[in-house]
Structure formats: C-alpha cells, structure tokens
Design a protein. Structure first.
Length: 524
C-alpha cells in the first residue's frame, strides 16, 4: 500500500467517524477536519462519506438523523466543503428508497431546505438532479389517489424554475394520450330504462333556448356511446383533422349539445352547487350506464364537458407551430366551430340558477383561454426570454474639443512638449513627402564605412577591446544590415554555426573587405 493511499484511507476514516459520532456531528468539526487534510480530492472524500452515512441512516429508518444529515449536506455545500450536487443527491437517495407516505412527509422538509440554494451559484450544478428526482417521484404516484402530492410537486417546480424552463413547457405541444376514459363501447340497451325530464325546443326558437314545456327524454345506448366517444377527441385533438373522424366528432358534439339544451337541470340551490364543486376533486369520469341520466342533469358535470369543448375548439382554430400542413380547418369547418362555440357559451351562462355567478364563471373561462392563446403565441415564437434588456441611452454625446493645431489645414505644427522632438518632427511636416524624399535613400561606400573599424582591429593601432566598434551592439546591428545589402560575402558558410557576431564581423572585415581594399590599392 502506498503512502498516498494510506493517507487517503486515514482521512476518509476520520471524516466517517465525525459523521457517525453519537454525540452529534457539526459543521465546525467537519470544516476543521477538511482544513487539516492535505489532499487535492478531499471534497470527493466528504461526498462519499456523506452518501455512505445517508445509506446507513436510511436502512435504520432514523428520519430525525436523516433530516440532520440533509441539513449538514446543504451547509457543507454552501461552505464549499463538498461538491455542489451532493445535497441534491442526498435528497434523491431518500426519495428513491422510501415509500410514498414518507416521501410526502420529507417533501415539505425538502421545500424548506432546498429553497435556500435557489439563488446561489451551486444550484445550477444540481438542478438536473432535482428535476429528475421530482419526475421520478411523479411517475411513482397515482394521479387519482395522490392528487394533492402531485400538485405539491408541480408547484414546487414552478416556484423553483423560471417560466421559460424548457422542461416544463411542453414545447412540442404533445398530448397526454395515455389517459384513457374507459367506457363500454357496446352497451346493453336494457341498461337504459331511465327517462329524464327535458325542455322541448320549438322550431321558432334559437338553438340553446329552452321553453317551459317538459317531456320525458330517453337516454339510450346510442347517446351513451356518442357522449363518451368525445373523450377520444379531447385526448387527441389531431383526430379531428381526419375526414371520417371529423364527421363522427361533429355528430357526437351536436347530439350532446342538443341534449344539454333539452334536459332540465337539477333543482339545486346556488350554495349547494358551490359546496358540491369544492367538496372533492375527481380526476376520472365515472362511465357507468346507470349514471348517465344523473350526470346529464348535474350542473358541475356539465361544466366539465362544456369547458373541454371550449379548449378543443380553441386548439382547432389556433395556429400551432408543430401542426402539420394538412392539419388546417376548411372554411365550413371553421364556421361550424365558431357557431358551436357560441352555443357552448350560452349553455355555460344558463348552467346556474344565479345568472351573475354563471356570468363570472364564463368570463373567467374566457380569460383563461385568452391567456392560453398568449402562451401558445410565445411558444410559436421560440420561447423568447421574459427578461428585457435595458434600452440604450438616447442622450446625444458631446463632441470632444479638438486642438485647432490638429484640425487646421495646410502644414501641421507638432507640439510634443520637448524642444528636440518638436524640431525633429517639424523638419518635414508632410510625412508622405518625407518618405518619398530621395535624400533618405542613401548608402555610403562599403570600404569607407568600415575603414575605421578595420583600422581599430589592426594590432599596430593598439586600440583597447572596449573601444572597438565591433563590440558595440548598435554598430554591429547597423553593420549587419549594411553588409546584407552591399557585401557579397555576407552569406558565407559559417562553421560552426552559433558563434558570436563580433567574430563574424571580424572575419568579414579583416579577411574579405580589407583584402579587397588592399587589392584595389595595389592594382590601381
């Protein structure tokens, strides 16, 4: 076993002992231990220790200790003692191992604890874990038996995530096609022996208006099948764009609206309707053949069906980004939808003995559907952010005052605050003309330029090394540039390469240039 491995195991054991201390573990002890550990991956040690301790506590069903450890994990993450996703993973371990009854109890505790992490940077590291945990929990719950808990989870996600969170938008406008309303598609006609009182509609009255004469109306198997077949279109509105399905939908809708217009409502006081509506929530319809006659006379039940029709009508006439090309209503179909829309609104208005209450309900439904159209338009536009950028300032910017010496035409006068620089720059104010001046392009004679340097290298002259020109960096740089332009011996084979520049110049000047000068002097 290596020294590093033994140190890691020792540090892990110390952290584990702190978390398992029966007297109670504290953040101060954990922080002091983390500061004493000289390891780069001490966060991972604390992560493993916290999750290991959580599994032990979950096996012992000690929920008080579990809550304490969860608070400890959140505090450790805020103190940068463990990784950012660790507190979210601890909560996920709890909800993945406990039954629904305990999960419902722990969820309220999680709401109070996790909300402190919403506005801190580490929330971004654990948001996916939190979202996955809540979705897994929703899949475990029954929508008919755990309605309140499902709503609590949805509200928690709504408060925690922004409105433009893509995971909660149904961005593709998909339908919940898994929710089926089971009914008997081949009912026994003998089961329909009940007759309900209805108000006969005369020919000279508008559709939806009722007279006072009452005659019995039979609820038969055909009405039963047509009534409950509408739920198939409510579940998958795209079926209405098929020609055969559209005919069946219009026939069933007209039959149901005629029945609602004809059947007399139960004689229930307005207070009884309110108490009946708020007494319970039913997420599934009861589709027994024996109940249909009572359901047709129930004001609350009528509201459910009529509001469903309004929602479907709005979808059929609204532009949705993800509809296919053939999912468009014709002019006749659109006219039929608009006409039935008015009929549904009249039926909703007459659904209560108190007209003011019915008017309030209808206006509320219309307002909700209007908001839904805005929401649909926002999704069609690609879900742009609700955060608006601040408008740019429209104040005119004052122009900076410029020195008149700079803006004047003609020859410019430069002022640098130094007499020599001013003199140098004003020799020729026009830079372009100065660059074109032929006096700038000059090269002295090769032999006359290096005459002094060659003489300095003569031992007879006895010039000290520090005063020789080849030992001066600025002269060496100018000499190399001049040789590269004028001397044919500049590109000689220099072995070994990398020798000092002064040695190179010494060879060029003494062996090449001086020899040429001597040859010229003897020849001419």
């Amino acid at each position: 076993m290596s020294v590093g491995q033994s140190g890691t195991e020792l540090s892990f054991g110390v952290i584990k002992d702190i978390l398992e201390d029966p007297s109670g573990f504290s953040l101060a002890k954990l922080k002091a231990t983390a500061e004493a550990i000289e390891l780069k991956d001490k966060k991972s040690l604390i992560d493993v220790a916290l999750r290991g301790r959580m599994l032990c506590l979950l096996a012992s069903d000690s929920m008080d200790d579990v809550k304490t450890l969860l608070k400890m994990g959140v505090a450790a993450a805020l103190a940068n003692l463990c990784s950012a996703p660790t507190p979210f993973l601890l909560f996920a371990d709890v909800f993945n191992t406990k039954p629904i009854s305990l999960c419902e109890e722990m969820f309220g505790f999680m709401e109070e604890t996790i909300i402190t992490l919403k506005d801190v940077p580490l929330f971004a590291s654990g948001r996916n874990t939190l979202l996955r945990m809540c979705n897994d929990l929703l899949r475990r719950l029954s929508k008919s038996q755990n309605t309140v808990f499902c709503g609590q989870i949805q509200l928690f996600l709504t408060r925690l995530f922004p409105l433009d969170e893509k995971s909660g938008l149904n961005f593709m406008s998909n339908f919940n096609s898994e929710k089926d309303v089971l009914y008997n598609k081949n009912p026994d006609p003998s089961a329909f022996k009940h007759q309900v009182s209805h108000d006969h509609t005369s020919d000279d009255l508008e559709e939806g208006e009722m007279t006072d004469s009452s005659t019995p109306l039979e609820v038969d198997a055909g009405l039963y099948v047509k009534f409950w077949s509408l739920q198939e279109f409510f579940k998958s509105p795209a079926l209405c764009y098929e020609k055969a399905k559209w005919m069946r939908f219009t026939s069933s809708t007209d039959t149901v609206l005629d029945v609602f217009s004809s059947i007399k409502l139960m004689a229930i006081e307005e207070g009884d309707i309110c108490s009946q509506s708020s007494s319970g929530t039913f997420s599934k319809y009861l589709t027994s053949e024996k109940l249909l006659d009572l359901q047709l006379m129930d004001p609350s039940f009528r509201r459910y069906i009529l509001v469903q029709l309004l929602i479907l009508f709005q979808y059929l006439t609204t532009t949705v980004k993800f509809k296919t090309i053939d999912q468009v209503l014709s002019e006749d179909q659109r006219a039929w939808v608009n006409q039935r829309h008015e009929v549904v609104l009249r039926l909703l208005s007459s659904n209560s003995p108190n007209n003011s209450s019915s008017g309030t309900f209808v206006s509320t439904v219309e307002r909700i559907l209007e908001r839904e159209s805005y929401w649909n338009k926002w999704k069609n536009d690609g879900c742009p952010s609700f955060v608006r950028n601040p408008e740019k300032s429209r104040l005119s910017v004052r122009k900076r005052h410029i020195n008149p010496l700079v803006t004047r035409t003609g020859q410019k006068v430069y002022r640098f605050g130094n007499r020599e620089l001013d003199k140098l720059w004003n020799v020729c104010p026009d830079n372009l003309a100065a660059c074109r001046d032929k006096r700038r392009v000059f090269n002295p004679d090769l032999h006359s330029y290096f005459q002094d340097a060659i003489m300095e290298m003569d031992p007879a002259e006895k010039v000290e090394e520090e005063y020789k020109s080849i030992n001066k960096d600025e002269w060496s740089w100018r000499a190399l540039r001049f040789l590269s332009r004028k001397c044919p011996h500049f590109y000689i084979n220099w072995n070994p390469p990398g020798r000092p520049v002064k040695d190179y110049l010494s060879v060029i000047l003494t062996e090449k240039i001086q020899s040429e000068v001597s040859y010229l002097q003897t020849t001419f």
